[in-house]
Write a protein that binds this ligand. Structure first.
Ligand code: HEM
Length: 225
């Protein structure tokens, strides 16, 4: 309880939940890459996941808790920080900060909006029911045809654009967020801070290129049914 009441405690919760969410994003990208192996790749992967049964719901509950804590404390810290900022200066003095660091709340809210859309799109499958796996015929191995759903989705300009823009927000959020983790937990020294900064930007870039490659390669027709 003391952890939740102190600003440092809240920062630690932000850092730990953030790192776990980034771990999910890395694993999710590895799983999604199976789309490049066609229906036998991603349909088999999706079936393995769904065959986990109740474990899927345990995982979803954990993810939901992580998301909720990260968002709740993120909003609180942003409000606290803006209340603590001195006012009255004619010119705002820029500290050593970056665009990504200053817009964490914006990129965070954009990612939240994307995740809600993404779940409605691929998990609940209500945004484009005409191409949802639930309404498409099963594949040759009697599995839900996630591959066809993903390909038909990213052939649509609007959907491909939504995902591309969302990945840009993810790029900014992770590029600052990952290095923040080390800073918050005091794992950085003057020497190691730039190194963590570089690792953070590198990871964000790999995630960006990896995730973006899926809608782009489908949209330009290099991955097709
Ligand atoms: C090109 C980008 C992406 C593709 C193609 C993609 C694909 C998918 C698919 C097909 C599913 C449904 C799995 C199933 O129920 O069979 C899914 C679920 C999900 N995705 Fe993504 N995803 C992408 C990006 C992201 C990103 C960037 C995030 C997080 C920031 C994310 C978070 C989730 C979550 C939380 C689920 C729900 C998992 C569950 O069903 O419990 N996805 N994604």
């Amino acid at each position: 309880m003391q952890l939740l009441n102190s600003s440092v405690g809240r920062k630690i919760i932000m850092a730990v939940t953030g790192l776990l969410l980034i771990s999910f994003v890395v694993i999710h990208l590895l799983g999604n890459s199976s789309v490049f192996f066609g229906a036998d790749g991603i349909n088999a992967y999706a079936k393995h996941l769904h065959d986990l049964g109740p474990l899927v719901w345990v995982f979803r509950l954990i993810m939901l808790t992580l998301f909720a804590l990260h968002i709740w404390f993120g909003l609180q810290l942003t409000l606290e920080n803006s209340a603590a900022k001195p006012i009255g200066y004619a010119q705002k003095k820029r500290l050593r900060t970056t665009f990504a660091a200053e817009t964490m709340i914006v990129s965070g809210v954009a990612i939240l909006a994307f995740v809600v859309y993404h779940l409605l799109h691929f998990t609940v499958q209500v945004t484009n029911p005409e191409i949802s796996a639930g309404n498409l015929p099963l594949d040759a191995m009697n599995r839900p045809d996630v591959f066809t759903m993903v390909v038909l989705s990213f052939q649509k300009t609007f959907i491909a654009l939504v995902y591309a823009v969302a990945m840009l927000f993810l790029l900014f959020h992770v590029s600052h967020g990952f290095q923040s983790f080390f800073q918050t937990l005091g794992l950085n020294s003057k020497k190691s801070l730039p190194v963590f900064g570089k690792i953070s930007k590198g990871l964000a870039l790999v995630l960006f290129v990896g995730y973006l490659s899926i809608p782009v390669l489908i949209f330009v027709g290099l991955v097709k049914i």
